[in-house]
Design a binder for this molecule. Structure first.
Ligand SMILES: O=C(O)CCC(=O)c1ccccc1C(=O)O
Ligand SMILES: [Mg+2]
Length: 336
């Protein structure tokens, strides 16, 4: 990792933005982010607002890597991506999918608070109908199911054809128990770990305990591209690189991680640029022909638009909130 820049330098490099979403996602209709212009290029720092300072510090280490250091060398020049379908009513699915130039793979949010298994079934069925029998369809429950709920839901969803279930249950112990229960029930749905990697004290516990078939990895929460590569290697499981609902700058760093992985067998969750109604570049990094190229990612990261930073600048209250948070996160990084 590069040495940590002084706080004054980070504050001088920071632009707080509030970007509108096209559809509600994770309970929010706006995404706040801090764009940082470092000597090595633009970086993004956008830890979710509810995350603790210790988490926010890891996201800051990732931004420092991108803006003040270097990134690992790529081994491929393009990555396939999935469409991401929020927990919308089934009748909105076609319209959501129409925003993506992606037909091979979709990830569908399920187990949303206030919704039922029938809602999930209807949404996934509609995704399958729109994309056809050859599409890969994965679901993401964000840890909302108990083991019993998950067995019930995945038994019902499996006949629709699932590539995998992402974070069906919250804890590593429950993920492990679910894998056994699914095997006993003869339900062949692989389990992917997301929050159990991204938010865990120990991101490798899930692999050590045999609690997942694959890992979903986001660069920023793990402290950067190099650190994420290390964790994937140590986990010894197939990885899917995903976004944290990033701007095009964060998505470009996700592409750099996906492009540096020695093995990449799955489409990545890097299509979420299509969920933003505004971005920090004039030509947003949204998938074309089902994928993203390294060349487009690097170009997007180099093309942050000062006009957009001004147009979507966070209001004074949010600006000072983020700057204070930046100071707290910076204090948790090793001094240079
Ligand atoms: O993986 C994808 O398709 C998109 C990214 C995504 O779903 C996501 C985005 C922001 C926060 C959490 C998540 C998640 O995977 O749970
Ligand atoms: Mg997830």
């Amino acid at each position: 990792m590069p040495p940590t820049p002084d706080l004054d330098e980070l504050l001088a490099a920071a632009h707080v933005v509030t970007l509108p979403l096209r559809v509600r996602f994770r309970g929010v209709t706006e995404r706040e982010a801090v764009l940082l212009r470092g000597p090595y290029g633009w970086a993004e720092w956008a830890p979710f607002t509810e995350y603790a300072d210790a988490d926010a510090a890891r996201w800051l280490a990732a931004a420092v890597e991108a803006g003040w250091g270097g990134l690992p060398a790529p081994v491929r020049d393009a990555v396939g991506v999935n469409a991401t379908v929020p927990a919308v009513p089934a009748h909105d699915v076609e319209q959501v999918l129409a925003r993506y130039d992606v037909r091979r793979t979709a990830k569908v949010k399920v187990a949303e608070t206030g919704q039922s298994l029938a809602d999930d079934l209807a949404r996934v069925r509609e995704v399958r109908r729109v994309l056809g029998p050859a599409a890969r369809v994965r679901v993401d429950a964000n840890g909302a199911w108990s083991v019993d709920d998950a067995v019930r839901a995945l038994t019902a969803l499996a006949p629709l054809g699932l590539e995998y279930a992402e974070q069906p249950c919250a804890t590593v112990a429950d993920l492990a128990a679910l894998r056994l229960a699914l095997a006993r029930a003869g339900v062949d749905v692989p389990v992917a770990a997301d929050e159990s990697v991204r938010r865990a004290e120990d991101p490798l516990e899930v692999a050590r305990r045999g609690a997942a078939d694959l890992v979903v990895v986001k660069a920023a929460p793990l402290g950067g591209v190099a650190r994420a590569l290390e964790i994937i290697e140590q986990a010894g499981l197939p990885a899917v690189v995903s976004s944290a609902l990033d701007t095009s700058v964060g998505l470009a760093l996700g592409v750099r991680l996906a492009a540096a992985l020695p093995v990449l067998e799955h489409d990545c969750g890097l299509g979420t640029g299509a969920l933003l109604a505004a971005d920090v570049v004039a030509d947003p990094l949204v998938p074309v022909g089902g994928g993203l190229t390294l060349a487009r990612a690097d170009a997007a990261r180099a093309a942050v638009d000062p006009g957009a930073l001004t147009a979507y600048r966070g209001d004074a209250g949010r600006e000072s909130w983020w700057r204070a948070r930046l100071a707290r996160a910076h204090a948790l990084l090793p001094a240079s």
